[in-house]
Design a protein around this ligand. Structure first.
Ligand code: M6R
Length: 365
């Protein structure tokens, strides 16, 4: 049931405030994360972990990349994030000092399942973050955290990405806390702001018409570049994937600093560049990439924090996002990109919920 929406994807985009609330429910108490009802971790077992591996495919992989950036800020864990189909063919140290977290909406992705079996075989403690607690991956691991996002029907993942980032953040904060690597001040700052995110997400969705108008101006483009640094790099990748999947437009994402190492050769007035640049410690660096882009006549569509007026003279179009803490920018910055992909695909008359060549869960290698 599409609940009155023309497509499941739009319905699911609209559910993201509720998904955030549900994913946090019974996991936060008085401003502190507590997952002891769901995980049997102790402070001792958490401190014995030396390596943290986050393994996934597609959008789930991008959620893992966002979480890596949070956890590494506070921890001396050896963290790596891998694409599931690569992980098991590499010779990387995995052992009983490894916590391997498999992020999979469906819990049935064969690449992720095979990676999980590989890590288990090598003695890692395995955990699943999934929207299906009854799935194959969920049944095989030591620990499961469920997204509670509700069924996602649109092939393009939207609300489950939001749920994955939320649960990965809670898992990361809880692990850091048990390892005594996170101060109470940082924990409470992040948790308080996470509790406000649903309202900010909803306020963004209420302004979807502004994004629709921008989408109508760019839907004829053949190629797009997406750029971002730090926490915004995985969001640039997710924005490009959403656009490719449902509109079939060629979209590539780069770390903004990499543009001058090659992709800048592609730029001219026919290639719009989406720059994910909410306020953070790297804003000025990304701004210099915007200037390089403009010098090649490419139109810039910036995702920027409300109030950052200086961007107006630099970008052709701006998708504004509310202010939040640097670590939480991804939760807001992804919303306009999902809406943008939706309206570009709609303008092109594409099959939004079931794009060609794609299946909701990929059960072949
Ligand atoms: O069910 P999973 O999270 O394991 O699926 C992983 C990818 O196949 C999935 O995220 C895919 O990239 C989506 N179509 C993204 O919109």
């Amino acid at each position: 049931d599409k609940g009155g929406y023309p497509h499941f994807m739009l319905k699911e985009i609209n559910e993201q405030g509720a998904v955030l609330r549900r994913s946090m429910l019974d996991r936060i108490f008085h401003g502190e994360v507590d997952l002891s009802r769901e995980l049997s971790w102790s402070s001792e077992s958490a401190k014995r972990i030396k390596r943290l591996h986050l393994v996934a495919c597609g959008t789930s992989y991008y959620a893992a990349l966002v979480a890596e950036r949070l956890i590494e800020r506070f921890s001396d864990l050896d963290i790596r994030v891998d694409i599931a189909s690569e992980y098991r063919y590499r010779d990387i140290p995995i052992g009983n000092d490894t916590l391997a977290v498999f992020v999979t909406q469906s819990g049935e992705t064969l690449d992720t399942l095979a990676a999980e079996r590989f890590a288990k075989e090598k003695g890692a403690r395995c955990m699943a973050i999934t929207n299906n607690g009854l799935s194959t991956v969920a049944r095989e691991v030591d620990d499961v955290l469920s997204l509670k996002a509700g069924p996602e029907i649109g092939v393009a993942a939207t609300k489950t990405f939001m749920g994955q980032m939320t649960v990965l953040y809670l898992m990361g904060l809880y692990l850091l806390k048990l390892r005594e690597e996170l101060s109470l001040g940082d924990e409470m700052r992040l948790v308080r702001e996470m509790e406000v995110l649903p309202y900010k997400v909803e306020s963004l969705i209420d302004r979807a018409d502004e994004i629709k108008a921008i989408a109508s101006r760019y839907c004829e483009a053949r190629d797009f570049l997406f750029l971002g640094r730090g926490f915004s790099f995985p969001i640039a990748m997710e924005g490009a994937l959403k656009l490719k999947e449902i509109s079939y437009i060629h979209a590539e994402a780069y770390a903004a600093g990499e543009m001058k190492h090659g992709p800048i050769a592609l730029l001219d007035r026919s290639v719009p560049v989406v720059v994910v640049m909410p306020d953070d410690n790297l804003f000025e660096k990304t701004l210099s990439n915007v200037q390089e882009t403009k010098a090649r006549n490419s139109p810039v569509i910036a995702i920027a924090t409300e109030g950052r007026k200086s961007i107006l003279g630099q970008a052709e179009d701006v998708m504004w996002v509310p202010k939040t803490d640097m670590e939480l920018n991804p939760f807001l910055a992804v919303i306009p990109l999902q809406i943008f992909a939706y309206y570009v695909a709609l303008a092109k008359g594409k099959e939004i919920d079931q794009p060609r060549n794609l299946a909701k869960s990929v059960t072949v290698e």
